[in-house]
Write a protein that binds this ligand. Sequence first.
Ligand code: RIB
Length: 305
Amino acid sequence: MSKILVIGSMNMDLVVETERYPQEGETIIGGKFEQIPGGKGANQALAAAKLGDEVEFIGACGDDSFAPRLKASLENGGAKIDNIFEIEGVSTGVAVITVDPEGNNRIIVSPGANYELDLGKIEKIKDKIIEAKIILLQLEIPVKTIEKIVEIAAANNTKIILDPAPAQKLSDHILSKIDYLLPNEGELDLLLADTEAKNRSEKIKELLNKGVKNIIVTEGERGVNFYNGQETIHLDSLEVKAVDTTAAGDVFAGAFAASLIEEKNHKQALDFAVKAAAYSVTKRGAQSSIPDKKELNEFLAERSN
Ligand code: RIB
């Protein structure tokens, strides 16, 4: 049994550094190019595995040369990968990413095999969802699949953490079953676009009324805010020189899950997640920027000198 089960996407990230972005119809010369394992699901699984233990990742890949490299990255970091579905004749997910000198990124995902993770495949791994303590989800696989996973998890008291990225609308039914929702500000706005809620407190109230139990709004360098109707927590981000913000949110989510499973309280789990995310923005790439416990401790010790 894995304590944390992550069901989601796996992508090969095709990353190009650029000084600026081209206009429509313009070609520019960029900088260094790298292929780096990524995908929001796989990134979160790897972060949870490197910073905690007993993590399994379930996803879908193609039968191409990207798939073994993505599996190896997860396995080397300690995540179990016995239930990755290989889909014949379909490309593994790919993300085309540009990173500018300030470390900001722009990402286009071609989901490929990630969108083949359908209801039939979830039926096959149903027991894994029932046995897990926490299930960690994102929105790079079909929403219908997310709905089914959420139904099974909620009926069996598996805690559900949902990072609603990439941003899209979700039904009130799904929201009512979420234990921890981790939107950034853009995702929060989109989730509530059809409502009257205008400011932060109205938006939080609306989500709590819909049945979301805990809400964590991640705000990049401005830190994080936690709400659940009884407790409100704000934590600042650590000040770091950002090299590449890709996957910072994924590292936050994986670290938060890893900490929560160790029975840490909300403030402790948020603090751990903020620190792990800060480490990740000081390194290039998605999975290449995820620390293990030793690397995170060294990074924090250096900062306190
Ligand atoms: O959150 C970062 C991730 O988004 C990248 O690794 C990319 O694959 C996309 O899924």
